[in-house]
Ligand binder design. Structure first.
Ligand code: SAH
Length: 506
């Protein structure tokens, strides 16, 4: 398994051998790295001012693969475990080797020459045997949108015997690309093209994918296919990654003009004669197990999320609240909208997830806010099932799509904390209406997200809300969010609680 990276340069002030700095591997030395799957070698077949080629060779040890760490491919003995194409074909293992051996280069860091990583280089990547499910067409769709000139030659099975082409391609990519982007793209796309990842896909693969995909994957036209294959069609991980990419997209769009663009803020177009709501270009396609082959349903994830946000913001405005605690604020979408409105003098985002709060802080640009704006908002890591005195004194609190993430047995503790201890004047709670799930093509009993501990129908939600209201001295009314179905009701349901005898808070 083998690939080469060649940089060429005509300019004396930036010799091709700069590649050695960027890769953190000296062109005069051949180096060896032990990996769980075998040994990686890095050497330079050529290194001069005009042309510099670095080669990464991975010697796979098939015995180590079977005996070593990682997943056990199958029970018992199978010849295929020992005799397979792994030693020869570029695949996820080469990607792993690349990620390990060139870790700093993939991250785009070069301490010796900090200015280098941001410079595009004249690069040629050569992968002589890339296994590719779907053939040359898929490989081209992956690389061409990234600005590569793509040359693909099918590798014949046996040139002498005329058996035709194998599933391998000889791939040559040429382009003016930053090295770290080129490496990140290979890191993600080699296993995607092979489509036979050889180790367990753990949840932190999503983080790796998001990191490696920075700057190129969010806007890639084949993003859905890439994400699905990379995560081996594991629905929950794929959903998680898709949502996070969608929010990165929101951010990128917002970064461009300082605001969320209209097609994201406004209610979206209905597709005439169908149940599907598509929000321009951002609806997430959800495939079956195979993603591509199976029936593809469009789930209006984004548009419903946007409408929910609009409904909550509208209800808050109408309530006259000037201080709001967003409980389970997640990645801060609601907070961002509220912060833009000067009527809100005090905002608090609470979440148990550190990762979500980090994303929220970035979305809100907390670091760069002018002092007067920054003073209006605070993020706090805390669990809602424990009484937290910091939550007192707010005009309103929001629990948007949060309760269904808690075990049913924890809801009384949440209610005691929010309605008993914090006691804001208004509480807005939204949650999915499970009756609507059939409209998404979900089978009876199937829930919308693997993370949901429960999904309630309207009666169940109203019973819970009425009970809480009675116990803690609130009134409650219910609102529908999204397009109502005559039988199933709306996709999202909201309860709006108001303190019966507003107390003098603070
Ligand atoms: N309100 C946000 C996020 C909804 S996802 C939105 O609508 O976009 C549910 C959020 O609840 C997640 O961010 C999760 O971390 C948070 N959460 C789950 N259990 C929690 C708990 N016990 N305390 C605080 N936050 C919790």
């Amino acid at each position: 398994m083998f690939l080469t990276i060649t940089s060429t340069s005509e300019a004396a002030e930036s010799p091709a051998t700069d590649l050695g700095y960027l890769l953190h591997k000296h062109p005069d030395r051949a180096q060896k790295f032990g990996l769980p799957v075998g040994t990686a070698h890095v050497f330079y077949p050529r290194a001069d001012e005009t042309t510099c080629t670095a080669a990464l060779l991975l010697e796979v040890d098939p015995i180590a693969l079977v005996r070593g760490r990682g997943p056990k491919p199958a029970e018992g003995f199978s010849l295929a475990q020992y005799v397979n194409d792994r030693p020869y074909a570029a695949s996820s293992m080469l990607a792993v080797a690349l990620g390990k051996v060139f870790r700093t280069a993939v991250a785009g860091r070069c301490d010796a020459r900090p200015e280098l990583p941001s410079k595009p280089l004249n690069l040629q990547i050569h992968v002589p045997a890339l296994p590719c499910r779907g053939g040359a067409d898929v490989a081209r769709r992956m690389f061409a949108p990234l600005g590569w000139d793509v040359q693909l030659t099918p590798v014949p099975l046996d040139p002498e015997l005329g058996w035709g082409d194998s599933r391998y391609l000889d791939v040559r990519l040429t382009g003016q690309v930053r090295l770290h982007e080129a490496l990140s793209q290979l890191y993600v796309l080699l296993p995607v093209l092979d489509d036979a990842k050889h180790y367990w896909v753990s949840p932190d693969e999503v983080d790796k994918l998001i990191r490696a995909g920075e700057g190129w994957l969010a806007a890639h036209p084949e993003r859905t296919l890439i994400v699905e294959r990379y995560l081996r069609h594991r629905r929950r991980l794929v959903d998680d990654a898709s949502e996070r990419f969608a929010s990165l997209e929101d951010e990128a769009l917002a970064d461009e003009d300082g605001e969320l663009p209209e097609d994201v803020v406004e209610p979206t177009d209905e597709v005439p004669g169908s149940d599907i709501t598509v929000s321009a270009g951002v609806a997430v396609a959800v495939g079956g197990e195979e993603g591509l082959g199976g029936a593809v349903a469009l789930e209006p994830v984004v548009s419903l999320a946007v409408r929910r946000l609009g409904a909550v913001a509208e209800t808050l405005r109408a309530s006259g609240a000037q201080s709001v605690a967003d409980l389970g604020c997640g990645e801060g979408k609601l907070l961002k909208e509220l912060l833009a409105d000067p009527r809100y003098q005090r905002l608090l985002g609470v979440d148990v997830s550190h990762r979500s709060l980090t994303i929220a802080a970035r979305r809100l640009r907390l670091e760069q806010l002018p002092e007067r704006t920054a003073e209006r908002i605070e993020l706090r890591q805390s669990s809602l099932v424990y009484a937290d005195p910091e939550l007192t004194g707010f005009d309103a609190a929001v629990l948007m799509e949060v309760i269904e993430h808690l075990d049913l047995s924890r809801l009384p503790a949440l209610a005691a904390n929010v309605f008993g201890t914090a006691r804001p004047g208004q509480v807005l709670v939204t949650t999915p209406n499970v009756e609507y799930n059939a409209r998404y093509g979900l089978a009876e009993g199937e829930i919308r997200h693997a993370d949901h501990r429960f999904e309630w129908n309207r009666e169940q939600f109203q019973e819970w809300a009425t009970g809480v209201a009675t116990k803690y001295g609130y009134t409650v009314r219910f609102k529908a969010i999204g397009d109502e179905d005559p039988q199933a009701g709306p996709p999202t349901q909201m309860a709006v609680f108001a303190l019966e005898t507003p107390e003098v808070a603070r």
